[in-house]
Ligand binder design. Sequence first.
Ligand code: ADP
Ligand code: MG
Length: 450
Amino acid sequence: MAGGYDTDDTAGLPDPATLPGGEAADAAWIEVIRKMDEVYADLVRYQVELEHKHAELEEAHGFISGVLAAMSDALVVCDSEGRIERVNPALERLTGRHEAELHAQPFASLCLPAAQPLAGALLREAEADAPVERELLLAGPGGTAVPLAFHATVRRDATGHRLGTVLAGRPVGELRRAYEALHHAHRELQRTQQQLVQSEKMASLGRLVAGVAHELNNPISFVYGNAHVLRRYEDRLRRYLGALHDGVPPAALARLRTELRIDRLLDDLGSLIDGTVEGAERVTDIVQNLRRFSSGGSGEPERYDLAEVVRTAVQWTIKGEATHALTLACELPGPLWVIGQPAQLQQVFTNLVQNALDATEGQPAPHLALRASSSDGWHCIEVTDNGPGIPPASLLRVFDPFFTTKPVGKGTGLGLSISYGLVEAAGGQLSAANGAAGGAVFTVRLPAAG
Ligand SMILES: Nc1ncnc2c1ncn2[C@@H]1O[C@H](COP(=O)(O)OP(=O)(O)O)[C@@H](O)[C@H]1O
Ligand SMILES: [Mg+2]
């Protein structure tokens, strides 16, 4: 121990009470010295303890100061009267005022005059234990306004007694900028998404138009060809009738009749007219299907034959892709009555067939099969291709918007996500799997109409 005093030094001395005269006085002195020794030893012990406590306190102080200095949010500690006790460096920076200058000033004095009532309200709300956030305009350097979002909480001692208030403020400008950047990014994303949905729609429409054009081509060239033949017949009929009216002798008339092949012409006329009418009817059918498609999603739900819609979708999509040497197996015995919007299901099957066409492109013998079945009040249509199929890891992701494995410009990754939504909206399910023989199988299930 510091000082090296050992209180046991006096242990061997005789008891002063037993000593006579001067000896007794000596003994009293020795006793005094012993007591002083004891007191001194105690003092040294207290000194050491005090040094310990001081070091601990310094450490705690350093820790708190470090935390306060590192905070980017402003911090103000007030007493129970709302007077400033401490502030952190962030607040000093924002207000351009030093802690010493702010000490014992009312909290409200940090604010611009217009914001001072709000500062008072914030302290009162904290007192009522209703922690709220309020935006206050602090007076910055040179009278500038520094908006901070303040949060106030009550500060208590160990016994729960209220000591004052702690206020933490975050610069609103920063928050606002972050919010605006987020908002901007969000808007940008929405616009891009709309553009992509639009381009997926345009691509679908392009395919549809190509398919319809192909489909219309047949009956129209049919009608056109028939009209040509009729025009030639008209000439021959005119010549024959002219001879008849001019009173040509019967023998010459018979010759002319043979020469102009009038009997064959008359036999032909019926089937020519039938063929023309049939062609016109096919055009009408196509236009009707087209109308149904163009009604979009706005129409009222109606009862329709799903098999018919699927057939049209398949025909138009495949015809639109003139270069594709695809074999098609359609087992769609109808009618399969369902309720909903046929245009939407047509879009779904257009997407599924187009994906199958994409998947089988370059295959040696591309094949597409559509198979319908019905059971337990559900109609089910499977679209199977003999492409490479879907990697197991992608089976769930294919329905995610923007998931595509196709090069830019070829795929948007929206076809299946839109189709999934359309089938769900119709009360059904769309699922993806791989067939036993390889290739993808997409299944659409829809509730059958009673
Ligand atoms: N029949 C299929 N065979 C293999 N993969 C497919 C098939 N259909 C869809 N996929 C996969 O799902 C992805 C998403 O399809 P889709 O949503 O229609 O978008 P996109 O056709 O624009 O890529 C495709 O890029 C492809 O990887
Ligand atoms: Mg697609």
